[in-house]
Design a binder for this molecule. Structure first.
Ligand SMILES: Cc1cc2nc3c(=O)[nH]c(=O)nc-3n(C[C@H](O)[C@H](O)[C@H](O)COP(=O)(O)OP(=O)(O)OC[C@H]3O[C@@H](n4cnc5c(N)ncnc54)[C@H](O)[C@@H]3O)c2cc1C
Length: 385
């Protein structure tokens, strides 16, 4: 039986970044992706924002990997010729109550190391974005937008340059630990094979917990069960293109693991609103956007875009987030290394936003773990949930 050093399951931005980092660290890497192309999963359906990193609790994996990841992503995209635009982001308060809630976000961002993050008054906001109504705001000039699938492909290309074998259209169907190695069974068309692997890295996005279950672990007992939460988007009529030139977010709604409906820009400058927060049945990948969701989108956005009319909005796309079930208001990425009878296994679950932004930092972290390096504190690797 063929034996490889590291098998990575899942060719989204996370798996591709891990493959890139591991191959550059000298590992013999095989990446297996069930879809016909890389980056076709969650990576192809999101806001494509390279986030600043101001929302996550200091010390969390998300805070650390988002802030480091954005810096690395920007440099990588410049080198690899992947589209990336540092358009900046405003978080706007529409009344005094919201204005007070900006301070903790600013403090958290500064604690996390978000660069050049600062507070603006109403006049400064008006000068920057005359068509946005706000009494105060926060400005993150380093936040950007990026071609997510392009970045995934570029990581994969660099991994291949360093010897990685990347196989699309290849579904992993069984994982078994035997005689000190992981046996990986995969199917590609009519062909099925099993190879042995010293290390096994699971980057399965929405199906990450299914892959964990294949290893024989009890997903619920491990705290790795994912729920699915859809995020819908509505486009803003192109006749308004150019009216807003930065990403514009509201003050996040209280007690919800979402940033609130915000203005996203695509790389062509078109505006859309989203994503919202719609829990959906796990396993049902239905990306149709219900037009009846228009009202909350309109009501959320018209607070800071007073010129918006309901007729300006059209359902445009959606994505589904893999969210870990968690008791509190914040769920971190879970990057778990196993020892003992599952030695060599690294399982990544709950890679929701800012997974795109964090990808190069997560890749470097996993390569470090594979190499036996001690990951920098306070990353939750190998510990309890
Ligand atoms: C609505 C929405 C908005 C978002 N906005 C942002 C944002 O603005 N900025 C940001 O940083 N992040 C954002 N995110 C999060 C970001 O998109 C994800 O964290 C990231 O794309 C996850 O990448 P991934 O590689 O982990 O998962 P995926 O891209 O889903 O990749 C996992 C891959 O594993 C493959 N796979 C699964 N099972 C198997 C198997 N058995 N065999 C072989 N292959 C398998 C799948 O086919 C898939 O391609 C957003 C997410 C959503 C849903």
């Amino acid at each position: 039986m063929v034996t490889v050093e590291a098998t990575i399951v899942g060719g989204g931005i996370t798996g591709c970044a891990v493959a890139d980092a591991a191959a550059r660290a000298g590992f013999e890497v095989v990446l297996l992706e069930k879809e016909a192309r890389l980056g076709a999963g969650v990576t192809s359906r999101n806001s494509e924002v390279a986030h600043g990193g101001m929302y996550y609790p200091p010390g969390s994996i998300k805070a650390d990997c988002c802030v480091r990841g954005r810096r690395l992503l920007k440099v990588f995209c410049a080198e690899a010729g992947v589209a990336y635009r540092e358009c900046g982001k405003l978080i706007v308060a529409v009344d005094d109550d919201e204005a007070e809630r900006l301070d903790p976000i600013l403090a958290r961002g500064l604690a996390n190391g978000v660069e050049d993050f600062n507070r603006l008054d109403a006049d400064q906001l008006l000068a920057m974005e005359p068509d946005v109504k706000a009494v105060a705001g926060l400005w993150s000039p380093r936040t950007g937008i990026v071609d997510a699938e392009g970045a995934a492909r570029a990581y994969a290309d660099r991994a291949a340059e360093h010897g990685a074998l990347l196989m699309t259209g290849t579904e992993v169907t069984a994982l078994e630990r035997r005689d000190g190695a992981w046996l990986v069974t995969a199917r590609r068309g009519d062909e099925t094979w099993t190879h042995a692997s010293t290390h096994l890295v699971l980057c399965g996005g929405l199906h990450a917990d299914d892959l964990v279950a294949m290893t024989g672990l009890d997903v619920d007992a491990e705290g790795l069960r994912q729920t699915w939460v859809k995020g819908n988007y509505f486009s803003i009529d192109p006749r308004h293109a150019g009216r807003v030139n930065r990403l514009v977010y509201p003050v996040p709604p209280r007690a919800k693991d979402t940033l609130g409906v915000h203005v996203c820009l695509d790389l062509g400058g078109q505006m859309r609103l989203g994503p919202d927060f719609e829990p959906v049945v796990r396993g049902v990948e239905d990306y149709a956007v219900d037009p009846l969701r228009l009202t909350p989108f309109y009501e959320g956005a018209v607070r800071f875009l007073p010129w918006l009319e309901p007729e300006d909005l059209n359902p445009v796309m959606s994505g589904i987030r893999p969210k870990l079930e968690f008791p509190g208001p914040f769920a971190d990425f879970r990057i778990r290394r196993y020892d003992g009878e599952r030695e060599g296994l690294v399982a990544l679950t709950g890679i929701d936003s800012p997974g795109l932004t964090s990808s190069p930092a997560v890749g470097a972290l996993v390569a470090d773990v594979l190499g036996g390096g001690i990951p920098p504190a306070p990353l939750d690797v190998g510990g309890e949930a």
